[in-house]
Design a protein around this ligand. Structure first.
Ligand SMILES: NC(=O)C1=CN([C@@H]2O[C@H](COP(=O)(O)OP(=O)(O)OC[C@H]3O[C@@H](n4cnc5c(N)ncnc54)[C@H](O)[C@@H]3O)[C@@H](O)[C@H]2O)C=CC1
Ligand SMILES: O=C(CO)COP(=O)(O)O
Length: 323
C-alpha cells in the first residue's frame, strides 16, 4: 500500500502528483498502461500530456494500487469502471475530476462513495481555476479544498499549499463538485461564440446569463449559492470560458469551424468533460423543467448538429424578461 496514490496520468493527475512530490511527500502516480509506467520511470517525462515538464525524481510510478490517500484524476465517464477494474481501496479520497455521471447525475463523490465504500467524512474535492500546465510551471494559482470533514480539508490545505499554489478550504463539497462540472458547458458555449467571431459582448453575455442557468441547475443538486462566487465557481468559469488551454473551450472553437465531434476528439489532447455533462444536464433540465436556454442550444449544436447561428437567433429572440 502506498501513502498517496494519484490515479490517472493525464495532465492534471501528473501536475498534482508532481506538486506533492516536489514537496517531498511519498507519492505514486498510477497509470493504467504498464508501458506508460515503464516510460515514466525511465524518463520522468509525461510526453503526451505535460511534455516539457521534468517530473520530480521523488515521484514514483506504478499501475493502480491501494493507498492511504487516493487522489482521483480520472475523467468521470471512466471513474466507476476504473476503480472496480483495479479493485482500489483507500482510507480517504480526494477528487480532482470535473464532471457528472451521465445516467445517475452523480458527481465524483457519489461514485467514490459507492465504489470505495467510503463516507463523506473520508472525502474531499480540490477545484478552482487551475490549468495543469500553469501549475506545473509554478505560475501563481489559487484553489479550494472542500469537505464536510473540517480536519481533512485543513490537512489537505496544508499538504497542497506552496508559494505558487494557494489553497483555501470550504465545507460545500457538493457545490464545488457540481460547479466544476457545469462550468465546462459554458466554456463550450463561449468557444463556439468566439469561434464565430461574435465578439466580446456576446461572450460576457453568455457567461453572465449562463451563470443564471448554472445557479438554477446547481440549486437542484443542493449546492450553496455563495459557492458560485468562489474560486470553484466564478473563478473557474472565467478561466475556462476565456482561456485557450481549456479543452472544453477548444471543443467549442472547433465546433464553430464546422468540425465533427469525432474529428475534434481525435485532435484534442485530453477529455472535454463538458461533452458528457451537457448530455446529463439537458436531460435533467427537461425532466424537471429547469430553464436552461444556453445549455439547450449547446446540446442541440452537439447532438442535433444545429447551425450555431440559428442557436444565436433563438437565444436573442426569446420572450423579453427582467434580469
Ligand atoms: N487538465 C486540467 O487542467 C484540469 C483537469 N481537471 C479534471 O481532471 C480530470 C482528469 O483530467 P486530466 O488529468 O486533464 O486528463 P486528460 O484529459 O489530460 O487525460 C485523459 C485521462 O483519461 C484517462 N483515460 C482515458 N481513457 C480512459 C479509460 N477508458 N479509463 C480510464 N481512464 C481513461 C487517460 O489515461 C488520462 O489519464 C478531468 O475530470 C478534468 O476535468 C481538473 C482541473 C484541471
Ligand atoms: O478545469 C480546468 C481548469 O480549471 C480545465 O479545463 P478543461 O478541462 O476545459 O481543459
Amino acid at each position: 500500500m502506498y501513502e498517496i496514490c494519484v490515479y490517472g496520468a493525464g495532465s492534471w493527475g501528473t501536475a498534482v502528483a508532481n506538486l506533492l512530490a516536489k514537496k517531498k511527500f511519498n507519492v505514486c502516480l498510477c497509470a493504467r498502461d504498464e508501458k506508460l509506467v515503464l516510460r515514466l520511470r525511465e524518463t520522468h517525462h509525461n510526453n503526451k500530456y505535460l511534455k516539457d515538464i521534468h517530473l520530480s525524481q521523488n515521484l514514483v510510478f506504478d499501475t493502480p494500487k491501494n493507498a492511504q490517500m487516493g487522489i482521483f484524476a480520472v475523467p468521470v465517464k471512466y471513474l466507476r469502471d476504473f476503480i472496480e477494474h483495479f479493485s482500489i481501496k483507500v482510507d480517504a479520497a480526494l477528487s480532482l475530476s470535473k464532471g457528472i455521471e451521465d445516467e445517475t447525475f452523480l458527481p465524483p463523490s457519489g461514485i467514490l462513495f459507492q465504489t470505495l465504500g467510503i463516507t463523506k467524512e473520508q472525502f474531499a474535492v480540490l477545484s478552482g481555476p487551475n490549468f495543469a500546465l500553469e501549475v506545473a510551471l509554478e505560475l501563481p494559482t489559487a484553489s479550494v479544498v472542500a469537505s464536510s470533514n473540517r480536519n481533512l480539508a485543513k490537512k489537505l490545505q496544508n499538504m497542497f499549499n506552496t508559494h505558487y499554489f494557494r489553497v483555501y478550504t470550504s465545507s460545500d463539497y457538493i457545490g464545488v463538485e457540481y460547479l466544476g462540472a457545469l462550468k465546462n458547458i459554458l466554456a463550450i458555449a463561449c468557444g463556439i461564440s468566439d469561434g464565430l467571431n461574435l465578439g466580446q459582448n456576446a461572450r460576457a453575455a453568455l457567461i453572465t446569463r449562463g451563470l443564471a442557468e448554472i445557479l438554477r441547475t446547481y440549486k437542484y443538486f443542493g449546492g450553496k449559492s455563495k459557492t458560485m462566487l468562489s474560486l470553484a465557481g466564478i473563478g473557474d468559469i472565467v478561466l475556462t470560458a476565456t482561456g485557450n488551454l481549456s479543452r472544453n473551450r477548444i471543443l467549442g472553437l472547433k465546433l464553430a469551424q464546422g468540425l465533427s465531434i469525432d474529428e475534434i476528439l481525435n485532435q484534442l489532447n485530453g477529455v472535454p468533460e463538458g461533452l458528457n455533462t451537457v448530455m446529463a444536464v439537458f436531460r435533467l433540465s427537461q425532466k424537471y423543467s429547469i430553464e436552461t436556454p444556453i445549455i439547450n442550444e449547446v446540446y442541440n449544436i452537439i447532438v442535433n448538429k444545429k447551425d450555431p447561428f440559428e442557436s444565436i437567433s433563438i437565444l436573442m429572440n426569446r420572450p423579453l424578461k427582467s434580469e
